[in-house]
Design a protein around this ligand. Structure first.
Ligand code: B16
Ligand code: MG
Length: 220
């Protein structure tokens, strides 16, 4: 059997930080005088901070100067940091710890592949920082998902060929990035939304016990 590795997205797979992104972006929209809803927030999942602001401004049909944009990004992140500095291990999503323990027991290495520049802080807050073999985040990439860069760097850091890596992702752009990297893509969340994933589960509690072994055989 071939050696395999796992790459996890952060927001929506390991923790739910989308709710904090929502509150922080909503405050930006409130200041600019337009409504920003939870449905709008869906459009920002897995998307970089800069791109998120562009989408938000489109929703409000608001134009800002470059300096105003920079200030909005700073304000949003300061607000967001206020929320994530209060995070703790009880915000780890269901099934994550059991799944990581399972990987550890099989000697399977795993990395993080997230668009978030705050990923290291979030992992430290929830006590998972030291468990990952490698952390690739928004600071390490020049091209955002759906570009495969974040996952290809992850595979390199795990010392594995891309086709032997399995990616867990909750965003359409992330599934596309994994597919473009020729990795095995696992959609976490709504199956219809993530219909280009190789496999789909609602959350990590739904992953069958023998799933990793089955994939090991498939890859090998
Ligand atoms: P930051 P992921 C993504 O995390 C979030 O889903 C997305 O909503 C956010 O805009 C992006 O990180 C950047 O986050 O502002 O902290 O750099 O799903 O790729 O783990
Ligand atoms: Mg995500």
């Amino acid at each position: 059997m071939k050696k395999i590795g796992v790459i996890f997205d952060l927001d929506g797979v390991i923790v739910d930080t989308a709710k904090y992104h929502f509150l922080a972006w909503k405050r930006v929209a409130d200041t600019l005088g337009f409504e920003f809803t939870e449905e709008h927030n869906e459009l920002l999942k897995g998307v970089s901070r800069v791109r998120s602001l562009e989408i938000l401004l489109n929703i409000g049909t608001v134009a800002l100067s470059e300096i105003e944009k920079r200030n909005a990004l700073i304000r949003k992140n300061e607000d967001y940091l206020g929320y994530i500095r209060n995070m703790s291990a009880d915000e780890i999503l269901p099934g994550v710890l059991d799944f990581l323990n399972e990987l550890d027991s099989k000697g399977i290495k795993y990395a993080l592949g997230s668009a978030s520049k705050n990923a290291p802080l979030i992992l430290k807050q929830v006590g998972l920082y030291n468990r990952f073999e490698a952390i690739v985040d928004g600071n390490d990439v020049s091209k955002a998902k759906p570009d495969p860069e974040v996952f290809l760097i992850g595979a390199k850091k795990l010392n594995l060929a891309p086709k032997t890596c399995i990616v867990f992702e909750d965003a359409i752009a992330g599934i596309e990035a994994a597919n473009r990297a020729h990795m095995i893509s696992i959609g976490i969340g709504d199956k219809d939304t993530l219909n280009s994933a190789n496999f789909n589960f609602n959350d990590l509690t739904k992953v069958p016990k023998d799933f990793i072994e089955v994939l090991m055989q498939r890859v090998g």
